[in-house]
Ligand binder design. Structure first.
Ligand code: 2RA
Length: 335
């Protein structure tokens, strides 16, 4: 497979290259793409050196797949250029997620909707991905009515500048600010900009993307997304009201046998998911599973996952793996 990685020098792009290598994705030719200032830089992939190229040069190579993590405006402009030459684009930005003509995919939830005609596929927001992996088996069995989620999101979700701010603050060093406030020893109840309804874009992404991925607009979602000074991954406190009742032990068994999930729930031995444990793993870790005793048919749980891996790079590569396995890449099927 001829693979382009657009945004190859960013946090997620670098992780995409790592995941492609780790999972031994069948790469025969690699085209790392980055901004003009990075062209000519060398990156190492599978022990070989590759020069960063321009998006124009990558398009000329007609790659089979282009993994994008280069921001929304670059994706809006460049993804169609790749698609026109037959490339399948898997884009990690928010640019195409709510476009009704584009599919928003988490393989454990809805990969089966993909066809060879899908040339631009959207990778959901990291905080949405980890939640829907856990919601899917529960919705199938108990039918979800409403989800209330509060997130505790790693600074890696913002990018290098935020990670630098955290560690500069920790060392007492003045430096560029990714956030309007100090992040060390603090939490910031704002991720992305505010919208006219008083929510942030991040919160509305969780609301809208969840419904699209689950394929059920009867699911009500409300979210509060919060930035916290950690590195290993995003954590989420999730309250789920079902149409039908459930047994807590049955819920734990159901989650434990569902794809992509590890249940870490042994409070007698203080075992529950934490970002330090989820870091550099691809699973979605679920724990603190318990009944909400204040209303019927309602569950509380705690969901943790590495936001750069399953929340971004691994999910994108898993979409590509699915397309390869189903022979949906490289063919152009007339509508
Ligand atoms: C964040 N989910 O954590 C957003 C984008 N990665 O900042």
């Amino acid at each position: 497979m001829k693979i382009a990685v657009v945004g190859a020098t960013g946090l997620v792009g670098t992780k995409m290259l790592q995941i492609l290598e780790e999972r031994n994705f069948p790469v025969t030719e690699l085209f790392p793409v980055a901004s003009a200032k990075s062209i000519g830089k060398e990156i190492t992939f599978k022990g070989k050196q590759y020069k960063v190229v321009s998006v124009e040069d990558a398009i000329k190579q007609r790659p089979d797949v282009a993994l994008f993590s280069a921001g929304g405006s670059a994706s809006l402009e460049q993804a169609p250029m790749f698609a026109e030459v037959g490339t399948t684009v898997i884009d990690n930005s928010s640019a195409w997620r709510m476009d009704p003509s584009k599919k928003l995919i988490v393989p454990e939830v809805n990969a089966d909707v993909l066809t060879a005609n899908d040339k631009i596929i959207a990778n959901p927001n990291c905080s949405t991905i980890q939640m829907v992996v856990a919601l899917k088996p529960l919705h199938d069995k108990y039918k979800i009515k409403r989800v209330v989620v509060s997130t505790y999101q790693s600074v890696t979700g913002t990018g290098v500048k935020a990670v630098d701010q955290l560690f500069n603050e920790r060392k007492g060093i003045e430096g560029p600010m990714a956030y309007p406030y100090t992040i060390d020893l603090n939490v910031i109840p704002q991720i992305d900009v505010f919208t006219e309804n008083g929510y942030t874009k991040e919160e509305m992404k969780m609301v809208k993307e969840t419904v699209k991925i689950m394929g059920d607009d009867s699911i009500k979602v409300t979210a509060t997304t919060v930035r916290i000074p950690v590195m290993g991954g995003h954590s989420e406190s999730v309250n789920i009201e079902f149409l039908n009742d459930f047994d807590v032990e049955e819920v734990k068994e159901l989650l434990a046998k569902s794809p992509g999930i590890v249940v870490t729930d042994d409070i007698a031995n203080l075992k529950y998911p934490m970002p330090l444990d989820a870091h550099d793993k691809d699973e979605v870790f679920v724990g603190r599973i318990r009944r909400d005793e204040t209303q019927p048919n309602t569950l509380n749980c705690w969901i943790v996952s590495d936001n750069l891996r399953k929340g971004a790079a691994t999910n994108a590569v898993q979409i590509a793996e699915y397309l390869v396995a189903k022979h949906l890449i490289g063919q152009v099927v007339e509508a």
